[in-house]
Design a binder for this molecule. Structure first.
Ligand code: PAN
Ligand code: ZN
Length: 207
């Protein structure tokens, strides 16, 4: 009985394009423009200006056709375009999972940052093609593209994980990635819009 309940999808092979971010066979596709990012950027004036200037696409998620149900394993490719709002780079909204589940990210093309926040401590990992990031249960996660080409990564996570976006709007991610030096600078601070500068760069996942 339990087995029958979890066998809601037939086995299938898929083609994942690190060049376009497409998954075939395709599942749901989600696009987020600047106007979808309310309350997330440090500078609301710059955010409104970016909407007036054409409301560009910030990122897109191509998901595989897997049912979002307990026992399933969902996977998707996120493509974050290059760009910034004011000094703050294009990024995903970021979320906590509502269930205590982990997630696996694998860099596919371009280079970006995975920000992690457990409500107190924040961490950042660099993701490049062939570099993975593990997100344990209880850590909010957001990805950022501080480069000049699209940043793509694969995400794999359990069905039924649930996504809480509001808590990130309320509490922030503990850090922001802004223009600085030759690449980027990480601004540290707890509140969503109360930031103080502290350190540069990000710890790579392994050395
Ligand atoms: C990812 C994210 C994806 C888009 O698949 O959902 O990168 O980011 P937001 O969901 O924060 O907009 C994931 O972490 N899924 O759980
Ligand atoms: Zn997630």
């Amino acid at each position: 009985m339990g087995e029958a309940m979890t066998r809601t999808v037939q086995p299938f092979g898929a083609i994942l394009s690190s060049a376009t971010g497409a998954i075939l066979p395709a599942g749901p596709i989600t696009e987020r423009h600047v106007s979808d990012m309310g309350g997330l950027y440090k500078d609301e004036t710059d955010w409104r200006k970016a909407i007036d200037a054409g409301d560009p696409l910030v990122y897109r998620v191509d998901a595989a056709p897997v049912l979002d149900a307990y026992g399933q394993l969902l996977f998707s490719i996120t493509t974050i375009e290059p760009g910034a709002i004011g000094s703050e780079f294009f990024m995903t909204k970021g979320h906590w999972h509502t269930e205590p589940v982990g997630e696996f990210y694998l860099g596919l093309s371009g280079q970006g940052l995975l920000l992690l926040f457990d409500g107190q401590e924040h961490l950042s990992l660099e993701l490049a093609p062939g570099t993975a990031g593990y997100i344990p249960p209880g850590w909010a996660h957001r990805t950022v593209n501080p480069r000049t080409e699209p940043f793509r990564f694969l995400a794999v996570y359990p069905g039924g994980a649930g996504h809480d976006y509001e808590r990130v709007v309320r509490e922030g991610m503990g850090a922001r990635v802004v223009r600085g030096g030759t690449t980027y600078h990480i601004e540290v601070g707890l509140g969503p819009r109360s930031m103080t500068s502290e350190n540069d760069g990000a710890a790579p996942p392994t050395k």
